[in-house]
Write a protein that binds this ligand. Structure first.
Ligand code: ATP
Ligand code: MG
Length: 241
């Protein structure tokens, strides 16, 4: 069985500055895979190198559905169904909620776009109530929902989420994680970068720990949640249950 996403010995960074070294990682069809790690570990750089946005690959390979996408342009990678929701959401803040979602389905037939809108509002009723507001006017949590809704509007095969819960109130964080768990239940493959190790290890199938640009640990989420080192560094000791 070949993985949906297969990253092998990837080296990547920015204009001669190496950040990610020798990273190998897989996401199988229907899997929810997480990448944990401290600030500055290179998690966002890793996602950027995979989706072809900003960071460049200097070694190793990136395969998506068996196809070599290392060095492919970002828009072509997105068209293949590998969609990246970057850190900080990157919405079109002057456009309405409706138009942001429509842009996610850009270039598709009208019926597809309408269906995508309907599904987005079914998933996030809170957004439907704000459909004519600009994205700028939304709360942080609503903006994150919109970023996810826009990405889903293209019907991605693999969704890469970079810290979707950062900066949000606990209640909203819980809602975002519920959404992520629901995506997995419906069979969407997800590569999730998160700081919230506790909730992440509860929803993920497997996880990798990235430190200083290298994978230092990986395994089933339940195993990592019980790993002494993970508990000490990422779960704040053993008292988090
Ligand atoms: N556009 C860029 N150009 C040059 N260096 C960058 C760029 N973006 C990030 N870096 C550097 O790459 C390293 C890894 O950053 P990255 O954003 O990938 O880490 P991260 O694990 O996502 O951290 P965080 O948890 O804070 O989001 C850092 O030293 C950072 O300064
Ligand atoms: Mg980051």
């Amino acid at each position: 069985m070949s993985a949906l996403l297969d990253v092998a010995s990837l080296d990547a960074g920015y204009a001669g500055l190496g950040i990610v070294s020798d990273v190998s990682l897989e996401v199988g069809a229907g899997e929810l895979v997480a990448v944990l790690g401290p600030n500055g570990a290179g998690k966002s750089t890793l996602l950027r190198a995979i989706s072809g946005i900003e960071a460049t690959r200097t070694g190793g390979s990136v395969r998506f559905e068996g196809r070599d996408i290392g060095g492919m342009r970002a828009d072509r990678i997105a068209k293949l169904g590998l969609v990246h929701v970057p850190e900080g959401r990157q919405l079109f803040t002057e456009l309405t909620v409706d138009d942001n979602i429509r842009l996610g389905a850009f270039g598709r037939p009208r019926a597809f776009v309408e269906r995508a809108l309907g599904e987005a509002y079914e998933r996030f009723p809170q957004l439907e109530a704000r459909r004519t507001s600009t994205a700028f006017a939304l709360s942080g949590g609503e903006q994150q929902m919109l970023a996810i809704a826009r990405a889903l509007a293209s019907e991605p095969k693999l969704l890469m989420l970079d810290e979707p819960s950062t900066g949000l109130a606990p209640r909203i964080v819980a809602a975002i994680f519920e959404t992520i768990a629901d995506l997995r239940k419906r069979g969407t493959s997800v590569l999730l970068v998160e700081q919230n190790a506790y909730l992440t290890l509860r929803v993920a199938d497997r996880a990798y720990v990235l430190e200083h640009g290298r994978i230092v640990l990986s395994g089933p989420a339940t195993e990592l949640a019980n790993d002494a080192r993970v508990r000490a560094i990422y779960l704040g000791g053993s008292s988090e249950e």
